[in-house]
Design a protein around this ligand. Structure first.
Ligand code: ADQ
Length: 463
């Protein structure tokens, strides 16, 4: 297809291709097709430049736009992470709104739209990532941009009934309908998004599943994100994990890996572990929960609070259940390098994912991809993680019911080898078939096939 691919994401790796599934996939998509990757970069200056900065990258261009300290506070920590993140993760109680946050979010998105409009050529396709840029297409349309602009939301689509918690929420429909294709993680998200359009007096659902609002039509489809399976498989050497962990004889391992975020259900996870310990039969082997939870967004109050809660609960459980030679919860508040992570996944008898809301949850897929096919571990997966839709062969649990999760831990630890293998084979097939390269291709093919909207005017306004 003619025209360049232009990818926009808040985060961009500036040194080399970067690591992590999404970053590597975008790098490959751009290397294969050529194009431009645009992301944010902090500046010490008081005023952000109106021009992109160009960075060296083989095969395609990397451009950054500047974020001042004020932008960082208002657009990133403020509106994106203290308003939109809790909104989309069904935690309106945690929304911490200040009107300057909305101003900062609009300012940064408008500035980026202006800079982008200046470099766009008629055949270019734009692929915008995540909640930092909901209104970007709307601002581009205001500037007369007719290019195909696609969007992928990595986190859950917000419930229509929660949206009034957004300031100027009437404009949300103008923001999202300015995209030609809205990509979401799950069918469940697609249903929530279409329901939002359906409930709007001026919008209409079309027979092909797209939504019409004013003179524009938007396709809404799910593209469940995958992982780079080979990278996990190659790195997964359980011997390395054994050497690092030094578990006791016959001691089993349960692993949890998440950013320290309230949406990941970490407190429920610890309580489920406590429930398992409480109900553990004398003949059941010891098991240790290794919870790796690196710091995240610590400038936001809700994130500092969850940290305190985790430390308190870990201390309480270990105080009650530890033995001289056994500490049931090991809580690590640091990132772990990918190879060790893969080795730990492989060594773990149980992978425990208890998100209360999660777009997909890549850890669930990484855990499966790292298993030994001859002796695989068991995935215990929250029904509220997007991954549950594609992974019915995991032990699917309700993370709000900590006793149910405790029982699932017990079931996983006792599961016979045949059943573990059968479940693993099904899970691995899905993880392999819909990997990260499948995801990029599926999205970009759909964007290329999308009917072009010639109209640039929106029904309402963008702000
Ligand atoms: P996240 O909320 O960051 O992503 P997730 O999908 O679990 O959640 O991805 C986290 C990634 O970070 C995984 O690749 C994991 O291995 C890595 N990671 C986590 N803790 C780590 C640690 N201690 N050390 C090293 N690596 C660690 C958002 C959405 C998700 C969605 C993804 C992708 O919230 O729902 O799946 O985007 O679309």
């Amino acid at each position: 297809m003619a025209g360049r691919l232009i990818v926009i994401s808040n985060r961009i790796p500036l040194e080399g291709p970067g690591s992590g599934g999404l970053v590597v996939a975008l790098h490959e998509a751009l290397t294969d097709r050529g194009g431009i990757w645009i992301g944010a970069q902090e500046t010490d200056a008081d005023t952000a430049s109106e021009k992109f900065t160009r960075h060296e990258a083989p095969g395609y261009e990397k451009l950054t736009f500047e974020l001042t300290a004020k932008d960082q506070e208002e657009y990133y920590l403020g509106f994106s992470n203290s308003v939109l993140w809790p909104l989309c993760h069904r935690r309106t109680d945690l929304i911490d709104f200040e009107s300057r946050y909305a101003d900062g979010y609009e300012r940064v998105n408008r500035r980026l739209a202006h800079m982008l409009a200046e470099i766009l050529e008629p055949e270019d396709r734009v692929w915008v990532h995540d909640y930092h840029f909901f209104p970007l297409a709307c601002f581009l349309r205001e500037l007369g941009v007719k290019n195909r602009v696609g969007y992928f939301l990595h986190i859950p689509f917000p419930n229509g009934s929660d949206l009034p918690a957004l300031p100027h929420h009437e404009t949300f429909i103008d923001w999202i309908s300015s995209y030609d294709l809205i990509g979401l993680q799950t069918q469940r998200d697609v249903a929530v998004c279409l329901e939002f359009f359906r409930g709007h007096p001026k919008a209409e659902l079309l027979l092909d599943g797209s939504a019409k609002y004013g003179s524009r039509t938007t396709q809404v489809r799910s593209f469940p994100i995958g992982i780079d399976v080979d990278v996990m498989l190659q790195a997964a050497d359980a011997r390395r994990a054994d050497a690092t962990l030094r578990l006791g004889d016959g001691e089993r391992l349960i692993i949890g890996v998440d950013r320290l975020d309230y949406s990941k259900g970490l407190v429920n996870r610890l309580k489920a572990m406590e429930s398992w310990l409480q109900h553990r039969e004398p003949d059941e082997p010891r098991a240790t929960l290794l919870q790796i939870a690196p710091p995240s967004r610590e400038k936001v109050l809700a994130y500092r609070e969850i940290r305190d809660e985790m430390e308190l609960l870990t201390g309480k459980i270990n105080g009650e259940y530890s033995e001289i030679d056994w500490t049931p919860v090991r809580y690590i508040h640091k990132p772990v390098e990918r190879e060790l992570l893969a080795a730990l996944y492989r060594r773990a008898d149980v992978g425990l994912v208890t998100s209360l809301a999660d777009g997909m949850n890549l850890v669930a897929k990484e855990y499966v991809a790292s298993q030994d096919p001859e002796d695989p571990g068991v995935l215990v997966l929250s029904n509220f993680a997007g991954a549950a839709e594609q992974m019915p062969d995991a032990l699917i649990v309700n993370p709000y019911d900590v006793d149910e999760v405790g029982e699932a831990i017990s079931q996983a630890l006792r599961m016979p080898l045949d059943e573990r293998k059968a479940r693993y084979r099904e899970l691995m097939r899905g993880v392999q078939e819909q990997d990260i390269r499948w995801w990029t291709r599926a999205y970009l093919d759909a964007l290329a096939r999308c009917p072009v909207n010639l109209a640039t005017e929106t029904e309402g306004s963008c702000d």
